[in-house]
Design a protein. Structure first.
Length: 144
């Protein structure tokens, strides 16, 4: 009876070790990727005119009931495919911050990508933002 339990426990220990290794590898990959937050935050307090001069005319706009203006810019491009690439959506402003993540698997060629940036302006300056898209592409829209 003891011999029957030993292989099962050894298998369970092996599975736990593999799971821990996968978690460590994924955490390591995520920490090596650039962060979209710094690119997004570089536009805080930027005037509307500067954003338009840099990104062109927004594709959507609306006015909130509190008088703030909301504008969305969408940019499409292509990136070379890699074997593993995380995608992060970051939203934040003076009231807080939220983050969503995903992992894309693929190889070879290039991949169509999109970075969507929605900025909320108060008094003509960026107060809050939501950026969605691949980190490496969205980071190209950083304010210099």
């Amino acid at each position: 009876m003891i011999r029957l339990l030993y292989p099962a426990k050894r298998h369970q220990l092996h599975v736990m070790r593999i799971t821990a290794l996968i978690v460590i590898l994924l955490a390591g990959c995520a920490s090596l990727e650039p962060d979209i937050t710094s690119a997004r935050d570089s536009w805080l307090d930027a005037p509307y005119d500067e954003v338009v001069l840099r990104w062109g005319t927004p594709v959507r706009s609306t006015k909130l009931t509190d008088g703030r203006d909301v504008y969305t810019w969408v940019s499409d491009g292509a990136l070379p495919r890699s074997s593993v690439r995380p995608s992060i959506g970051v939203s934040g402003g003076s009231g807080g911050m939220s983050i969503g993540t995903g992992v894309i698997f693929g190889s070879g060629g290039s991949e169509r990508v999109r970075c969507e940036r929605t900025l909320i302006f108060k008094g003509g300056r960026v107060e809050e933002q939501t950026w969605q898209g691949p980190v490496e592409y969205c980071n190209t829209f950083r304010r210099n």
